[in-house]
Design a protein around this ligand. Sequence first.
Ligand code: BV8
Length: 243
Amino acid sequence: MTESTPTIVILTGAGISKESGLDTFRDSDGIWAKVRIEDVATPEGFARNPTRVQEFYNARRAGLKDPKVVPNAAHEALARLEREWPGEVLLVTQNIDDLHERAGTKNLIHMHGELLKVRCEYCDALMDWADDLHTSTPCPHCGRKAGLRPHVVWFGEMPLGMDHTYEALDTCRLFVSIGTSGNVYPAAGFVQHVRYRGLAYSVELNLEPSQGTPLFDEVINGPATEVVPAFVDRILTSGIPES
Ligand code: BV8
């Protein structure tokens, strides 16, 4: 990688994993149509009924282990972009699935955490966890019970990797948002941050217009498995458009 080659920052959301068989959140058949955010994706909901929350994430963990759930052409195209682009490519995902890793992406920040990890609220141990989690499960490190929780960022909690993310947003020359409705902050504010810096060309690749659509230099609507590989080909062939 040469120092002068521009950095690319990519943000992904649940839409990039839809064609791999994972539900989005705000589509009509999405997760928030079946459960309330307040009950399963807030610290208050976890304190009120930890079993309810553990069951919600146990079901999603089991769903992610379904052999039919594999990275799709969009995940694979982003891994290829990282391999073949002569500069840095930082992928910041809101998703808690592991499909980007399984497609080969290395330079990755899970800003909302990871479904296949749990942490202990007593000793802060962070561990891989692919099975069901119960409040009665003792922490393998400190032995205490009722302290293990999904390593997932709930509403009102601080997203992960934000310092590194904003450093990259401040200097990147291309910002690409893929498969996100632009409803959840701070992720939904990244395009505004990039526009304010005035250095980068911003592109939205999404099935349909999102909350942030008017803020992008370019918007390409279509399913991720079609529009993402085509966009990666274009960038690798023609480079980054002038912002
Ligand atoms: C924080 C848990 C600060 C993990 C999630 C008022 C105004 C502004 C902000 C706020 C406010 N009140 C509160 C806030 C802050 C709040 C927030 O933004 N609330 C919103 C609802 C208004 N944000 C937070 O609390 C964040 N933390 O701000 O901390 C702080 C500061 C100091 C100290 C402490 C804290 C934390 C946010 C993280 C919450 N956790 N989930 C999990 O269970 O997964 S958020 C949840 O939404 C998921 O993580 C998901 O990733 C995220 C975003 O959703 P999307 O990925 O965009 O999915 P969605 O279904 O919405 O859209 C899918 C898109 O794909 C659609 O556009 C669709 O068209 C498209 N699509 C579908 N199919 C395809 C496709 N595209 C392409 N191809 C296809 N085939």
